[in-house]
Design a protein around this ligand. Structure first.
Ligand code: ADP
Length: 152
């Protein structure tokens, strides 16, 4: 059976931290679908079109990485695309607490989907999309935290 993982997130915008998780997870899966969850309650800073375009540009050389968007529950999206794994990154204990709740609920809803966590590389532990947004909003240079191919 093909090992397909969904890497769900807002990617608002994609950072070096996200890029590193996907590249490190590539040997573990046959295919990774980087999927932007469209959340009606959460207003994004960058449009869905820009976020998709950045992810497509970033992973254009990776034939085992697809980029997509979805609405609704991640677990339902996994079923729809035939994914048995959800990929998430962990930076800190608040990340862990948050992910534990979601991971356990997802597993209660569908036992065939396992969540796989990769610990962030130490040099990416402080990077978050929200910090990058703050820097951009205030006219700073966010490029040290963005993938090299991405210019905002
Ligand atoms: P969400 O809105 O679901 O939190 P994000 O786009 O912020 O989505 O993050 C998607 C995934 O990437 C999450 O699992 C998050 O923990 C992980 N992630 C974000 N930043 C980093 C980083 N610097 N290092 C490792 N993982 C990260």
């Amino acid at each position: 059976m093909e090992r397909i993982a969904v890497f769900p997130g807002s990617f608002d915008p994609v950072t070096k931290g996200h890029e590193s998780i996907v590249l490190r997870a590539l040997p573990l899966f046959d295919r990774i679908i980087v999927a932007i969850g469209e959340n009606a309650e959460k207003r994004s800073f960058f449009s869905i079109e820009r976020r998709v375009a950045w992810l497509q540009e970033l992973f254009s050389d990776q034939e085992h990485v697809d980029v997509s968007t979805y609405q609704g529950l991640t677990i339902d999206y996994c079923r729809k695309v035939g994914a048995n794994y959800i990929l998430r990154g962990l930076r800190s204990s608040p990340d862990f607490e948050f992910e534990r709740g979601i991971g356990q609920i997802n597993r209660a809803m569908n036992k065939t989907v396992e969540t796989v966590f990769l610990l962030t590389a130490p040099e990416h532990a402080a990077i978050s999309s929200s910090i990058v947004r703050d820097i951009i909003r205030n006219g700073g240079d966010a490029s040290p935290f963005l993938p090299e191919r991405i210019h905002i």
